[in-house]
Design a protein around this ligand. Structure first.
Ligand code: MN
Length: 238
């Protein structure tokens, strides 16, 4: 497979610092395997930034070529956070989401996921969310107790049911076979809080990977930019 990608992160228009982190830090192209990850940290003082950057740093320290599945990579990042809290108890309570995509040379995408950052597949002009948010609201929708349209503006939509950094964590894993023309978008909730899926799809039309990343971040900021926004876009060329 031939992958091209771009990533970007922005603090938004309301927050005074950026607690999101993303891997890779720069755009590029490769035949795979390729590792892409988005983390959205939380915690008092600078702890949110520490949590997301530690998680991304740890993920980046294990080569994409290594045999570890996304689940193992995320569990290892979680252990790294727990160790950091043991070393420095002032960090207790920090946490982070982590959504990780491992794009294999044969086009197999394995996604590991904890929290409410998301992975989307765009194929034939349609957008499909590959991950399920670990939020109270998303779980109510899954159970049929809440209408999906009501979920987007629900006051408790940000309450997470799973995060890294607080203890043992269950990691969801998804498999998707990619084909030429597919596009994968990974993002923090700063994007999906400000834009609907339909709007995200609309902003991606006729944009290359770099243009997609910054068009989406700008759109989130134009819509209010209430949170940090991080976007990673991977195109499958062949
Ligand atoms: Mn966020």
């Amino acid at each position: 497979m031939r992958y091209v990608w771009a990533t970007g992160t922005h603090q938004g228009r309301v927050r005074d610092h950026n607690e999101d982190a993303v891997l890779p830090a720069t755009s590029g192209a490769s035949e795979g395997p390729l590792l892409v990850a988005v983390a959205d940290g939380m915690g008092g003082a600078v702890a949110g930034e520490v949590a997301s950057s530690l998680a991304i740093e740890h993920v980046g320290s294990v080569p994409a070529e290594a045999a570890e599945a996304p689940k193992e990579r995320i569990s290892a990042a979680n252990n790294r956070l727990l160790e950091a809290v043991r070393e420095n108890p002032a960090l207790a309570g920090m946490g982070t989401t982590l959504t990780l995509g491992l794009f294999a040379a044969d086009g197999e995408l394995a996604v590991g996921h904890v929290g409410d950052s998301r992975a989307y597949l765009i194929r034939d002009g349609e957008l499909e969310q590959l991950t399920t948010d670990h939020t109270v609201v998303a779980e109510l929708v899954e159970l049929g107790h809440l209408d999906p349209d009501a979920a987007h503006n629900h006051p408790q939509r940000h309450l997470l049911t799973r995060t890294l950094g607080l203890g043992p964590v269950e990691v969801d894993e998804y498999q998707q076979h990619l084909a030429a023309g597919d596009r994968v978008v990974m993002c923090s909730d700063g994007l999906t809080t400000m834009l609907t899926d339909g709007e995200i799809l609309g902003f991606l039309i006729d944009q290359d990977v770099e243009g997609s990343v910054w068009t989406l971040i700008e759109a989130a900021n134009n819509a209010g930019g209430v949170d940090n926004t991080t976007v990673a876009v991977v195109d499958v060329l062949t």
